[in-house]
Design a protein around this ligand. Structure first.
Ligand code: 4G1
Length: 221
């Protein structure tokens, strides 16, 4: 898959060169390109923001630089995505669908957002990572890319794909590794017993307790 990221802050994405995404890139399964939206402005002062028609607080990203930036990378098979608090929620199912695309173009918003005509002109899909206020679309864009990259075949092993949180609708049970005793705290006895039926039962119970305590909404749905 090829991903183009259009942003006013390309340096924010240096973190993508670590961890799983680095592996995906190194394996050739993922190609990520960055473009600075400011490089496309035709304004003599390189201005990329303006006040909203109709009034209101703050500034909006002006459409021309974004439009030309998208045009510079868009092909017939490209899908344009705008990480936005007004988008449909990111879910594992949506990430899995996105992982099937050949080419994704991400637009990162700043200030109060972007001119709506960008969304209309490119039929952009708006995706939200949650209900809170952020200062830019860069972190949400990285969250979406990290999430979908796991579903690109060969990026991570099948086993870890379904073993993790949410695959059974519950939160994960607590996990432990060596040493058996750390700062006076012991690993639960059952995990050392070798009794796989008992271990499975214990893990299910712990998952339920944890979910009931911090995410009761996941149980009662
Ligand atoms: C109104 C949160 C505005 C934020 C209401 C989740 C948030 C992108 C996301 C905002 C953003 C609420 C996201 C807000 C996001 C332009 C640049 C939009 C930053 C911006 C609840 C600021 N998932 N937020 N506005 O945070 O981009 O994707």
């Amino acid at each position: 898959m090829k991903i183009d990221i259009l942003t006013l802050f390309p340096e924010a994405f240096s973190v993508l060169d670590t961890s799983i995404l680095k592996r995906a890139k190194d394996s050739g399964k993922l190609e990520i390109n960055l473009a600075n939206i400011r490089d496309f402005t035709l304004d003599k002062h390189k201005k990329c923001d303006d006040t909203p028609f109709g009034g209101g607080a703050g500034m909006l990203m002006t459409p021309q630089p974004i439009y030309d930036a998208v045009k510079s990378v868009k092909k017939r098979n490209s899908k344009v995505i705008f990480a936005s608090p007004s988008g449909t929620p990111l879910t594992p199912a949506l990430a899995k669908e996105l992982a099937k695309e050949k080419h994704l173009i991400f637009i990162c918003g700043h200030y109060e957002g972007i001119d709506e005509r960008i969304i209309d002109l490119f039929n952009a899909q708006e995706i939200s990572i949650g209900d809170y206020v952020l200062t830019g679309g860069e972190l949400p864009t990285m969250v979406i890319i990290d999430c979908l990259a796991r579903f690109i075949p060969g990026v991570i092993t099948e086993e870890s794909l379904d073993e993790e949180s949410f695959s059974n609708g519950l939160l994960e049970y607590p996990q432990y590794t060596r040493p058996q005793k750390f700062k006076g705290l012991e690993v639960p006895e059952v995990l050392l017993s070798g009794n796989h039926a008992e271990i499975k039962k214990w893990r299910k119970q712990k998952s339920l307790e944890k979910t009931q305590k911090v995410r009761p909404d996941l149980i009662n749905k």
